[in-house]
Design a protein around this ligand. Structure first.
Ligand code: ADP
Length: 238
C-alpha cells in the first residue's frame, strides 16, 4: 500500500551483499547496503575508489548477480527476472550514462540514439527517427546528428549519450561518473541536463567523484568499504 506521504520507492535496495570470486578468494564489494530512493529524487553516490559505487549501480541495473539481499526497482525484484526479461526491462525502464560515453563508433549520433528504440521495439520506425532528432536537438546537437561520434567533442558525445539514455523515456537514469572524463565546461552542461531531467520528473542516481557537483544534489549517499557510511536523507530524518 502507498500513502500520499510515503509513495512507493522507485529503488529499494535491501541488505545487498556482493562478492566477486577470484579463484579461491572472495572479494567483498558490497557488505550489506540498504536504502530507498523515491520517484523524483536526485541522488549523488560518492566514496573512494573501490568502495563499491560501480558494483552498486550494476546491482540496480541488474547487469550482475547479487550475492544476498534484494533490489526492487518500481516494485519489481529485478535480480529474480530471467535474463531475457531483465534485458527487456532494462531497455525500457532504465537509461544509463557511462564515463566513457560508449557510443557505437561506426554509427552516427542519430543512429546511436535510435538504437535503444529499435532494440526494444518501441515507437514506429518513423517516430523513432523524429524522436531521436528531437532528443538530440534538446541536448544542443541538432547540427551534428549525422556525424560519427569521433567527429564531435567528448562533451558532445556525452550529450548524445544522455539523449540515447532518454530514447525510451525511462523513469530512472543512472550515471556512472558521467562527468568524470569531461572538461569543467562540458561537465557543467551535462550536469545541467541531469538537473533538468529531475526537474521534469525523472529520478537520477549518479556516481560522482566531483564533490562540488555532489554538493549541488539534494541527497548524498556515501559508500566506504562496501557499506553506506552516510546517507544525507537519514541524517535529515534524525
Ligand atoms: P568503485 O566504483 O567505488 O571504485 P567498485 O564497485 O568498482 O568500486 O569495486 C568495489 C570492490 O570490488 C573493489 O575491491 C574492486 O576491486 C572489486 N571488484 C569490482 N569489480 C570486480 C570484478 N569484476 N572482479 C573482482 N573484483 C571486483
Amino acid at each position: 500500500m502507498t500513502t500520499p506521504h510515503h509513495p512507493q520507492p522507485l529503488i529499494d535496495v535491501q541488505g545487498v551483499h556482493k562478492s566477486y570470486q577470484l579463484g579461491p578468494t572472495s572479494i567483498p564489494a558490497l557488505r550489506g547496503v540498504s536504502f530507498r530512493v523515491r520517484p523524483g529524487e536526485f541522488v549523488a553516490v560518492v566514496g573512494p575508489s573501490g568502495s563499491g559505487k560501480s558494483t552498486l549501480l550494476n546491482m540496480i541495473a541488474g547487469v550482475d548477480k547479487l550475492s544476498a539481499g534484494e533490489v526492487l526497482v518500481g516494485g519489481r525484484p529485478i535480480h529474480r527476472l530471467r535474463e531475457a526479461e531483465r534485458a527487456r526491462w532494462r531497455g525500457a525502464s532504465l537509461g544509463i550514462v557511462f564515463q566513457f560515453f560508449q557510443m557505437l563508433p561506426t554509427m552516427t549520433l542519430l543512429a546511436n540514439v535510435m538504437l535503444p528504440m529499435e532494440l526494444s521495439g518501441t515507437y514506429t520506425p518513423a517516430a523513432r527517427r523524429a524522436r531521436a532528432e528531437e532528443l538530440l536537438g534538446r541536448v544542443g546537437l541538432a547540427e551534428h546528428i549525422h556525424k560519427l561520434p569521433s567527429r564531435v567533442s567528448g562533451g558532445q558525445q556525452q550529450r548524445a549519450a544522455v539523449a540515447r539514455a532518454l530514447a525510451n523515456d525511462p523513469p530512472l537514469i543512472l550515471g556512472d561518473e558521467p562527468t568524470g572524463n569531461l572538461d569543467s565546461g562540458s561537465a557543467e552542461v551535462v550536469f545541467t541536463l541531469f538537473a533538468e531531467l529531475v526537474a521534469a520528473g525523472k529520478t537520477v542516481l549518479m556516481v560522482t567523484q566531483d564533490e562540488a557537483l555532489a554538493a549541488r544534489m539534494p541527497r548524498r549517499i556515501e559508500l566506504g568499504e562496501g557499506l553506506v557510511r552516510r546517507d544525507s536523507a537519514e541524517a535529515d530524518d534524525a
